[in-house]
Design a protein around this ligand. Structure first.
Ligand SMILES: Cc1cc2nc3c(=O)[nH]c(=O)nc-3n(C[C@H](O)[C@H](O)[C@H](O)COP(=O)(O)OP(=O)(O)OC[C@H]3O[C@@H](n4cnc5c(N)ncnc54)[C@H](O)[C@@H]3O)c2cc1C
Length: 292
């Protein structure tokens, strides 16, 4: 199928993009980043915007920078650039592993960091990593700039806290505390497919006791879910099978109404969430304190 007709604009600055948004009904404008999710929606006529505003020529949105607080990534930075960044690989191996699990090289060549965050697919790797890493989303609109914590950014299926007329401009990943352990895992039918269910975790160890655990499951609900009850089940406890096995009940309870579709039943997704949740916490603990 071909898309319905639309006007097309490709500004070269963020200011010009905001100006175009201000001059049009923002509900009738679709921002385009890599187009990997948007183009199929246009071609299937599931989206029929009057205007497609292509961000692809805004060079100021394409960067990976080390900052005092961590790393800042421009929204139009491709996943391939993240994959090839030594800075990300060394400072944020969890974000790096999430990146290489996304699609295939062709998808990562075109798809952008901002596009995946704004798309907010519940089975996408980036939202889960962003919540676990306490990422901040920098957003610009007619009334200026605002910063949204990742946990507040992802609202439900394909829906974020972005208002019409706003552009996600930057993703800020705070530096991890030295010695933080991390882990990423997912189950997909084939490498490169969207995950059926995935999990990410970070934690610290202090005298053999777990501190500051973070556990996020994706692919099991309408958005990536931070599992606070499971975190509480391991926080302040020693690294042991008993500790990690204690997460099974709170994880199962937190994903009590998982998705059910042609790829997996509710029961299978709940089972995967329990297994992967326990596994990433174990692996994170084995890496905490600098050990692998
Ligand atoms: C075969 C295939 C396999 C894939 N596998 C995976 C996978 O395993 N995991 C995964 O996470 N993804 C996967 N994807 C999706 C891919 O990662 C897309 O790149 C991503 O979802 C969207 O990024 P994009 O830059 O192409 O954005 P686009 O498709 O251009 O835009 C996506 C949405 O975000 C909005 N948007 C884009 N940029 C901004 C911005 N800066 N500010 C505000 N709104 C914005 C657009 O308006 C649109 O609604 C796959 C895609 C394909 C085609």
């Amino acid at each position: 199928m071909k898309s319905a007709p639309f006007e097309y604009a490709a500004p070269s600055t963020i200011g010009d993009a905001l100006q175009i948004l201000a001059e049009n009904d923002p509900d009738e404008v679709k921002l385009m980043a890599g187009g990997q999710s948007l183009m199929p929606l246009l071609n299937m006529r599931l989206a029929r915007p009057e205007l497609v505003l292509d961000l692809g020529r805004i060079a100021d949105l394409d960067y990976i920078r080390e900052t005092d607080a961590g790393v800042a990534i421009g929204a139009m930075t491709t996943k391939r650039a993240v994959e090839e960044s030594d800075l990300i690989r060394q400072q944020h191996p969890l974000f790096w592993e999430s990146t290489v699990a996304i699609g295939h090289p062709q998808i990562r060549n075109r798809g952008t960091v901002g596009g995946s965050m704004a798309q907010a697919d519940p089975a996408s790797e980036y939202p889960a990593a962003a919540i676990a890493l306490d990422v901040e989303m920098v957003v610009q609109g007619a009334s200026g700039e605002r910063i949204i914590a990742a946990e507040d950014f992802f609202v439900t299926y394909l829906t974020t806290a972005l208002e019409p007329g706003e552009i996600l401009t930057e993703v800020r990943i705070p530096r991890l505390q030295p010695g933080t352990g991390w882990a990423f895992d997912e189950v997909a039918r084939r490498h490169g497919d969207f995950a059926i269910v995935g999990a990410v975790a970070t934690l610290a160890l202090e005298g053999g006791v777990i501190r500051d655990p973070r556990l996020v499951i994706f692919g099991a609900a309408d958005r990536a879910l931070r599992l606070r009850a499971a975190e509480e089940a391991v926080a302040g406890r020693p690294v042991s099978d008993e500790t990690f096995d204690g997460t099974a009940a709170p994880i199962a309870q937190a994903v009590e109404d998982p998705l059910s579709d042609v790829h997996a039943s509710e029961e299978y997704r709940r089972h995967l969430a329990v297994v992967l949740g326990g596994r990433v916490l174990r692996v994170a603990a084995s890496r905490a304190g600098g050990g692998e």
